[in-house]
Design a protein around this ligand. Structure first.
Ligand SMILES: [Fe+2]
Ligand SMILES: [Fe+2]
Length: 264
């Protein structure tokens, strides 16, 4: 192979991303001057390209680490907010985390992608954050015995939640789930009386997880019910209040985890 053909082969290899020392003999004394000049220029180019590729690989790795840290910090920020609410309301202690966890698992079960699952989990953790602005009286109030003034304050919490979280860009669609977690399929929910598909799927999932957790948890005015009873209640109102696909996903998940027995 003559020197020019050799040089062309090396350039083709560089174009394919294969860098080697094969160019070195072409820069040696004894090679015709034009070949040496060309070979030295190609060799310098190859070293520069290789160095840039290495830099780019390093940057990609750094971005991956940064991205992971941002995600971890997002979770920590969200958990800190949920704990801030828990400090005011003992019932909420654990409720936010459980709803976030259950809603995330339901979303996973329903085949949603990783990012959607993450947003639904965060929406679940933060769904009641608007209660942080409640008066102390409200935290002491018992269900069924709230005055109309207190009820008016209660129904504001999805809106208050959105106002608290609005500037946190990383929450993305989670904000919609906080806003719509008390909407009902039949339009009788609050605060916007949204109907059916107008309610974001993430909010419909959070609503089911929230209600299931509320029914099964001991509260000052109510003993927590068994999972089977909670599921019966959800099923009875599914299609009207709750999304039946989400209720079915919950049932399948609880069966899978051995929380309830499979249907005979
Ligand atoms: Fe709520
Ligand atoms: Fe809740």
């Amino acid at each position: 192979m003559n020197a020019i053909d050799h040089l062309i082969r090396i350039i083709e290899e560089i174009a394919r991303g294969n860098y080697s020392n094969d160019i070195m003999p072409l820069t040696a004394e004894g090679q015709p001057e034009p070949v040496r000049t060309l070979a030295e220029a190609v060799g310098t180019m190859m070293v520069k390209i290789e160095a840039r590729e290495y830099q780019l690989e390093m940057m990609v790795e750094e971005f991956k680490v940064l991205n992971r840290k941002i995600k971890e910090n997002t979770i920590k920020t969200v958990s800190a907010m949920a704990h801030a609410l828990a400090a005011r309301d003992t019932y909420t202690e654990g409720h936010a985390e459980r709803v976030g966890d259950l809603a995330g698992r339901m979303a996973e079960y329903m085949g949603l992608d990783e990012e959607a699952v993450q947003h639904i989990r965060i929406g679940g953790v933060l769904h009641d954050i608007g209660k942080i602005g409640f008066s102390d009286l409200l935290f002491q109030a018992h269900e069924g015995r709230n005055s109309s003034d207190l009820v008016k304050e209660i129904v504001k919490h999805p809106q208050v939640g959105v106002e608290i979280l609005r500037d946190l860009d990383f929450l993305g669609p989670s904000l919609d789930y906080v806003y719509a977690h008390h909407e009902c399929l039949n339009g009788k929910g609050y605060p916007r009386n949204l109907k059916a598909d107008d309610i974001p799927l993430g909010a419909r999932i959070v609503a089911v997880a929230d209600s299931y957790d509320a029914i099964t948890t001991d509260r000052p005015y109510q003993k927590g019910r068994d999972p089977e009873i909670a599921l019966d209640i959800l099923k009875e109102h599914s299609g009207k209040r709750w999304d039946s696909t989400c209720v079915k996903a919950l049932e399948a998940l609880l069966t899978q985890r051995g929380v309830i027995s499979p249907c005979p």
